[in-house]
Design a protein around this ligand. Structure first.
Ligand code: PFF
Length: 453
């Protein structure tokens, strides 16, 4: 690769900047909105344990691999795969892996933006005091009325997409680093306060029991697939987002340590959010398996009754929207980076085209909660279908291929050199996880789901 090409591609100002941005990508709606609701749908404890195993055995090794591939090539995912295949003397078809990532990112963002729109709409609801003294039933009605209105969902979805694209158009260094620096600590403190509130409800123990005492009879092969899919989704893996961020990473930084730190922070946030939510669910006789509306039907009950709840409510939804923004940026960056670096688009033009595509696709999700709620494919609404297709299929398949590439195709000498682990044992451990454990786990879960095992 030539130096001029490299220099078009930005770089993080420091290791901490990369950590912040990658954590910003990982921590988002996946932790606070999705993890609690899919845990509720899949019966609690046993699902949580499978998820944690997936993060440790599949997520972290793949995160290391993905960052490493990006940093080695210093290019967008499509070109990264081209370049590294050439370096390894491998088949050109690896090219399609980069492509699948670009497409998965666009599809995920289309529904992600609609849900992020809900979070922004709830800032306004919190501000105008809608939750004041409302009980579980009243809060549920607020949510049901809101999602029944296509116009409202489209308005907030549009606002969120425009904001995302305005940030992306400015490039990676400006804005993003600063936003995350302030966001993460605030979000963390708010979650701790919500956990403290949950402790005061009569159902705190019931919530903990639901989350941490496993009942394996509740696990189906589809819930194992969801737990695995979510490990990819929550860590932003399998589609090139972390690869793109890795490509902006300076050469002298330890990838492995950084990946463990990010995965740890991500998991803690998801668990804290769930510890805050489930006691409120049980205390208010709500259903644990009420689906994507779960946090919007529970946390406002807390905000409506606790002291300082008005301010907390506003802050919480502002933080949730901002956490969603720092993830949405990374969902579209692979597409934008590819259009700019490979297709010669200006950054503005790339943003307009990719943003418009995502916005249009998002209308399907917005309608799937109201006008098109009866439209089903394989028994799933448009939103559920897009979520299943990406989180449960495309990301794990992408991650599987990344593992095979890093473990089997790339020359050992190259991965060793790029990872520069503190000792030979750590490298060996990673090598075993990436070459055998992670791909075999993904493969077996798939076999199980299609009924072969
Ligand atoms: N990890 C983000 C979340 O948990 O909200 C979602 C996400 C971002 C998924 C980027 C995939 C991705 F590439």
């Amino acid at each position: 690769m030539t130096d001029t090409k490299k220099s078009e591609h930005g770089a993080w100002s420091s290791r901490i900047a990369f950590i912040l941005a990658a954590t910003g990508s990982a921590v988002g709606l996946g932790n606070i909105w999705k993890f609690p609701y899919i845990t509720g749908e899949n019966g609690g404890g046993a699902f949580v344990i499978v998820y944690i195993f997936c993060v440790l055995l599949i997520g972290i090794p793949i995160m290391i691999a993905e960052t490493m591939l990006g940093r080695r090539s210093q290019r967008n995912p499509v070109e990264t795969m081209d370049l590294l295949t050439e370096e390894a003397g491998a088949d050109k078809n690896w090219h399609y892996l980069g492509w699948m990532g670009v497409i998965a990112g666009l599809i995920i963002l289309s529904y992600y933006s609609v849900i992020a729109g809900w979070a922004s709409a709830y800032v306004l609801k919190a501000f105008t005091g809608s939750f004041f003294d409302a009980d579980g039933v009243a809060i549920k009605k607020i949510f049901d009325d809101f999602v029944a209105s296509p116009m409202q969902l489209i308005f907030w979805h549009s606002l969120f997409m425009v904001t995302t694209m305005l940030i992306v158009v400015r490039g990676i260094n400006k804005g993003l680093e600063k936003a995350v620096q302030f966001l993460m600590p605030t979000l963390f403190v708010l979650l701790l306060l919500l956990v403290a509130y949950a402790m005061t409800t009569k159902s705190y123990n019931q919530g903990l029991y639901f989350l941490f005492v496993p009942d394996f009879s509740k696990l189906t092969s589809d819930s194992v697939l969801s737990a695995m899919g979510h490990a990819f989704f929550t860590l932003s893996l399998g589609m090139g987002a972390i690869m793109v961020y890795g490509s902006y990473l300076p050469k002298n930084i330890s990838i492995a340590k950084t990946a463990i730190l990010i995965a740890g922070a991500d998991t803690v946030v998801a668990l804290l959010a769930s510890i805050a939510i489930f006691p409120i669910v049980f205390a208010n006789n709500l259903e644990a398996d009420s689906g994507p509306g779960l946090i919007f039907q529970t946390l406002p009950v807390a905000f409506g009754t606790m002291t300082g709840g008005w301010l907390m409510g506003i802050l919480f939804f502002v933080m949730l929207t901002t956490a969603a923004l720092t993830s949405s940026i990374s969902l579209i960056e692979p597409a934008v980076a590819w259009l700019v670096e490979s297709k010669g688009f200006s950054r503005q033009k790339a943003c307009v085209w990719s943003g418009l595509t995502v916005w249009l696709l998002g209308l399907g999700t917005a309608f799937s909660f109201n006008s098109w709620s009866e439209v089903k494919f394989f028994d799933r609404s448009i939103f559920q279908l897009l979520d299943y297709l990406t989180a449960n299929l495309m990301l794990p398949i992408g991650g599987f291929c990344i593992a095979i590439f890093a473990g089997w195709i790339m020359k050992q000498q190259h991965s060793e050199e790029e990872l520069d682990m503190p000792n030979a044992e750590s490298y060996q451990l990673w090598k075993i996880l990436i070459s055998y454990v992670a791909p075999a786990a993904v493969f077996f879960v798939f076999l199980h789901v299609i009924g072969v095992l």
